[in-house]
Design a protein around this ligand. Structure first.
Ligand code: NAI
Ligand code: MG
Length: 368
């Protein structure tokens, strides 16, 4: 097989620590599953600033544009707080997202059985939960013009504009339908077509894309406020949810917390299909660089490991391998292994970052 080209950007703080564990997982798949990887590792964020004076060099940007997928750890840290905004570590990440034009942000809400007790919802409601929220990331009210604070008469007025073009809606809808085909084949689109014209257009375009290109996928529409209620009432009714930037921001945060700790949450940002048919893709944990625990060997590597599982499934059509990896993570949790962020209880054993990574690799071998 042609090797899978990965660009690994560990970044700052716990980024490099958790990425080390992902490297063990990647090595396992290369040795045991006949996958070939061509891996390039480089700098991003503060780590890049320290060496190059910029949080992302043009050379790394070029590499990101040409690989099959980028895997990122985390960026930022107090050491860089004093820097000018233009060279802050976060700017490196923003530049990647912007120049790769990653318009579909994927945030799963996935519940590992062993952690179901930790949810604020009843076990029944979350056990076995596996849904995906796709948030449009590059348009909508966070970007629309006009915007600003203006003075009208003798008072100030704050203005933001929700604006979506047909093309912007259609492309994120396609991402949702493509993804659904690799999962439960079901998409629910959320907007507020009852009170917003942009929502009316959103609903129309999603329906049109469905009817002409993805009629095999089951599609439903829901008002976003009703969707929020349904998400906490019975989240298992959903498979893929696609929604705009603002509603997606809220719904994805809420859904993520149905199940878990920050140290467990993976994410992906996808763009347009490349020549090989794969989408431009950046996979990263939701958490940041966790300066409060960096360098102590106790960060939870699972969010980053699960981000790699998403890459297997959504960039490389390796759904079986992704299943295997997720099942192995569940095995390790079921054995009671916990990094400190996951708490402790009867039958659990607190482990560090490396031990958690080793245990996942061991579980892969046991399942193989
Ligand atoms: P954070 O996500 O880094 O940490 C929040 C809390 O969660 C901390 O107590 C941390 O110890 C804990 N935590 C996070 N990930 C963990 C893991 N894998 N295992 C165990 N515990 C974990 O968010 P915070 O503290 O607001 O930001 C710290 C830095 O990270 C800032 O410079 C911020 O700008 C940056 N950041 C970067 C992101 C990225 O690279 N995508 C996202 C969020 C923040
Ligand atoms: Mg948010």
């Amino acid at each position: 097989m042609t090797p899978i080209k990965l660009l690994i950007l560990p970044g700052d703080g716990i980024g490099p620590e958790v990425m080390l564990e992902v490297r063990k997982v990647i090595d396992w798949f290369a040795s045991n599953r006949g996958l070939a990887f061509e891996i390039d590792e480089d700098l991003v964020g503060g780590a890049s600033y320290d060496v190059h004076g910029t949080p992302l060099t043009d050379a790394v940007m070029d590499k990101a544009q040409s690989v099959d997928a980028v895997l990122l750890g985390a960026v930022g840290g107090p050491k860089y707080d004093v820097l000018d905004f233009s060279v802050k570590p976060e700017r490196g990440l923003l530049r990647l997202r912007k120049e790769m034009d990653l318009y579909a942000n994927l945030r799963p809400a996935q519940c590992f059985d062993a952690l179901a007790e930790f949810s604020s919802l009843k076990r029944d409601v979350v056990a076995g939960l596996d849904i995906m929220i796709i948030r449009e990331l590059t348009s909508g009210i966070y970007f629309g013009e006009p915007r600003g604070i203006v003075t009208e008469g003798n008072e100030r007025v704050g203005i933001n504009t929700q604006r979506y073009t047909e093309a912007e809606i259609a492309r994120v809808a396609r991402s949702a339908f493509e993804l659904a085909r690799k999962r439960g084949n079901k998409v629910c689109s959320m907007e507020k077509a009852n009170v917003m014209e942009s929502g009316v257009l959103w609903r129309q375009v999603v329906q049109e894309v469905h009817d002409t290109e993805y009629a095999d996928v089951e599609l439903s529409h829901m008002y976003a406020d009703a969707g929020a209620m349904q998400l906490v009432r019975w989240p298992k009714q959903f498979d893929v949810i696609v929604t705009d930037n603002l509603f997606g921001d809220l719904l994805s945060d809420a859904a993520a917390m149905l199940t878990g700790s920050l140290g467990m949450l993976p994410s992906a940002s996808l763009g347009a299909p490349m020549e090989n048919g794969r989408p431009k893709a950046l996979y990263e944990p939701v958490h940041g660089s966790a300066p409060d625990i960096a360098g102590q060997g106790k960060a939870n590597p699972i969010a980053c490991v699960l981000s790699f599982a998403m890459a297997l499934r959504y960039s490389f059509d390796l759904g079986d391998e992704a299943d295997l990896l997720e099942a192995s993570v569940n095995d390790v949790l079921a054995k009671g292994l916990r990094t400190p962020d996951l708490g402790a209880g009867e039958g659990t054993r607190t482990v560090g970052t490396a031990e958690m990574g080793d245990a996942i690799v061991e579980a892969l071998s046991e399942r193989q």
